[in-house]
Design a protein around this ligand. Structure first.
Ligand code: C2E
Ligand code: CA
Ligand code: CA
Ligand code: CA
Length: 279
């Protein structure tokens, strides 16, 4: 490989340039996408294990790209974060999720929570509580029907600031969930100081339950931790009836995953909601 050093280097820079150009192009297209209203939210049901009813949905962003079709968030959210566009996109997501949830309630559908994912920049940048207050006022959604999902890695970036932000949001009556729980660097002692409502067991643990003994032990431990702390617990990425039975047995409150439904366009979600129980 040594004698190829020059070539390798050249390839490397060519690659870097291609990557930089790609990012620049996506950045410009993202700016246009905001203006042209190319983003859309899909909604994935969250089901209460006791009643089998849909009690919430997670709002997940997609980009209706004029040439590339429906583009998933992993293709553009990291670039939006890197290029400082996540604030504007995040505001759009919050407003659209609240507007849609209020519209469902106005149609007479059973009221549900809508959960929105927050990036670190949204959490630490502007006054999030103030922004959300304005969005709730504008859309008419009652705060109890909005949940925010934040990852551990986000909340431990600045503990003091997190405590203040979470307290402000909590004071407004919103729900707060820790997303991808168990995958971050957070110390469990933070759970006492952060006023959250819900832990979300990461899909990487749920995936190999009940077959894998370690993942089953971790999932069981998280469910028990949540219950003992008086927090709600939801498992994500539930795909099989075996996972459902295991989680039900352990006392998990809610599940989300392909077993119930993939994320759906708003109209399809409304039909599911009107039908009642998920089966
Ligand atoms: P996440 O918050 O962990 O969301 C769950 C992801 O798992 C979603 O992917 C969902 O479609 C997928 N999923 C749900 N059930 C199953 C299942 O049973 N099996 C498998 N294999 N996958 C399942 P998606 O929609 O591609 O979103 C990926 C990530 O993008 C999200 O991960 C979240 O971190 C981020 N994201 C999505 N929407 C937003 C947004 O509006 N704002 C921000 N900041 N991030 C977002
Ligand atoms: Ca999430
Ligand atoms: Ca998650
Ligand atoms: Ca996850």
């Amino acid at each position: 490989a040594k004698e190829n050093g020059r070539n390798t280097y050249r390839f490397y820079t060519a690659d870097m340039n291609a990557r930089a150009l790609e990012i620049l192009s996506v950045e410009n297209q993202l700016r246009r996408a905001l203006e042209r209203d190319e983003f859309v939210l899909h909604y994935q049901p969250q089901v209460d294990m006791g009643s089998g009813r849909i009690v919430g949905v997670e709002a997940l962003i997609r980009w209706r790209h004029p040439e590339r079709g429906l583009v998933g968030p992993m293709q553009f959210i990291p670039i939006a974060e890197e290029r400082g566009l996540i604030g504007a996109i995040g505001q759009w997501v919050l407003r659209e999720a609240c507007r849609q949830n209020q519209a469902w309630q106005a149609e007479g559908l059973p009221p549900i929570e809508v959960a929105v994912n927050l990036s670190a920049m949204q959490f630490y940048g502007r006054d999030l509580a103030q922004d959300i207050t304005a969005i709730l006022a504008e859309t008419g959604l009652a705060p109890r029907w909005l949940a925010l999902e934040v990852t551990e890695s986000v909340i431990v970036q600045d503990v003091e600031s997190t405590i203040a932000t979470l307290a402000a949001l909590k004071g407004m009556g919103l729900k707060l969930a820790i997303d991808d729980f168990g995958t971050g660097y957070s110390s469990l002692s933070y759970l006492k100081r952060f006023k959250v409502d819900k832990l979300k067991v990461d899909r990487s643990f749920v995936m190999d339950v009940p077959g894998d003994a370690d993942d089953s032990a971790i999932t069981r431990a998280i469910v028990n931790l949540a219950r003992n702390l008086g927090l709600q617990v939801i498992a994500e990425g539930v795909e099989t009836p075996e996972q459902w039975s295991f989680l039900k047995n352990e006392g998990c409150d809610e599940v989300q995953g392909y077993l119930i439904s993939p994320p759906l366009p708003a109209e399809d979600l409304a039909k599911r909601l009107a039908r009642g129980a998920w089966r």
